[in-house]
Ligand binder design. Sequence first.
Ligand SMILES: *Cc1c(COP(=O)(O)O)cnc(C)c1O
Length: 423
Amino acid sequence: MHQPPIPHVAGTDPDIAALIQAESRRQFEKLRLIPSENYVSVAVLEASGSVLTNKYSEGYPGRRYYEGQQNIDPLERLAIDRARALFGMDHVNVQPYSGSPANLAVYLAFMHPGDAVMGMALPMGGHLTHGWSASVTGMWFRPVRYGVRADTGRVDMDQVRDLALLERPKVIFCGGTAIPRTIDFPAFAQIAREAGAILVADIAHIAGLIAGGAHPSPAGHADVITTTTHKTLRGPRGAMIMCTAEQASAVDRAVFPGLQGGPHNHTTAAIAVALHEAAQPSFRAYARRIVANARALADGLLARGYTLISGGTDNHLILMDLTAQGIAGKPAARALDRAGIEVNYNTIPCDPRKPFDPSGLRIGTPAITTRGLTERHMGQVAAWMDKAIMAATKGDDEVIDAIAAQIRELLADFPMPGWGGPG
Ligand SMILES: *Cc1c(COP(=O)(O)O)cnc(C)c1O
């Protein structure tokens, strides 16, 4: 059953209630290895589901366009103060609806249409909103794209510097969605300074690792930091923009009134709850365990002959090239899902295949670490993945279904926030 219980949805809208129950069971029974996903605490779920959703509060604390902000102002101030303390930045805006609107606000704050923006190319591990052509950021701005070196699988900092000095982008994004290695924020900052660009660190994937001390922080290097709150940070779906005092008013004006209307106050409350959780010593241990699990899983996959981009991982994420196994990412991901293992199919750097049918898989450990799995389980996880992928190459569904049963059995012993058990 979903936790907290949902008897009112069940009473008035059984169709939706059934889907919520089915999804909570699915999340309980599967090894969720999508690196951008997690399990939030019941406290975060409660705050997200609260009456705060009823309130309009366009503006910022102390400067609102609606009456009745006696509780919303202190709530938003708490969220801001907690984020400032955790990430060590002068100013924080907690209102962006999600990571993509947060990045769009950065363009609005610092650029005009047609200006150059530099970011990692999407197929190399960047995000759509870093100037990819299918995104408004690549249509209304002039994208300059860097990638990783073919030989090392790591960001090509020589290329970043050469392109920055040649193209003089207004904004440089570092960070991405499929980067298995530590991001060198000081090196990016040095290049941005030389090129006269604003450096934006998009830490959507690694915010929880940074908060927990398991990845270096961009604070003191980047002018602006954008992040989602729902990935390793383990909060509700939402985002934050953090910046130096100098950039504060441009950022705030871009979010409201530039791009958005009323903030989602129930989300702000849930972000505040998640930030409080992330400030506890137990969260530091969680962040370290995410990385330890990813390293152990990478070792298990390497031992079984899999090719990992960059040869391994420093963080929560593994990017795997399946070319040598003779199977593409999509059929492998589908077979793994049937086997109870949820991953993304993903492009690999310099992928010879098409983006909708790429060569790789993207795998991450934030969610299974929240469930309580440790390094000693990762050998078994790698073995299951290997067995399922091999079975997929032979179309052996029996083997795949047997793995799903074994995984359900293992996970039955690992509680999930949001699931109160069957019945
Ligand atoms: C997830 C992600 C985003 C976008 O977040 P949404 O909430 O999905 O809009 C932006 N940048 C990076 C690097 C991300 O990983």
